[in-house]
Design a protein around this ligand. Structure first.
Ligand SMILES: [Zn+2]
Length: 70
């Protein structure tokens, strides 16, 4: 009668291979910059100074899946 020791399966967490600066959804590294609605409002209401606010309120958007980074 074999007395097999219990097999210990070490499940190591898979290392995240997401390169820095890439999309967490599709690992795409191409980003497009979009302005928020609030940014556009500032742009039109406070032109030309609203351009600064508009630039501050822009978001990074994945050009592949559309994932937006705040
Ligand atoms: Zn993406």
């Amino acid at each position: 009668m074999d007395n097999n020791p219990p097999q210990v399966v070490v499940v190591s967490p898979a290392p995240s291979r997401i390169p820095p600066g890439s999309c967490p959804m599709c690992y795409n590294t191409n980003w497009s910059t979009t302005f928020t609605c609030c940014g556009w409002c500032w742009l039109f209401l406070c032109f030309p100074f609203g351009i600064i606010c508009c630039c501050c309120l822009r978001k990074k958007k994945c050009s592949k899946c559309g994932f937006m980074v705040n």
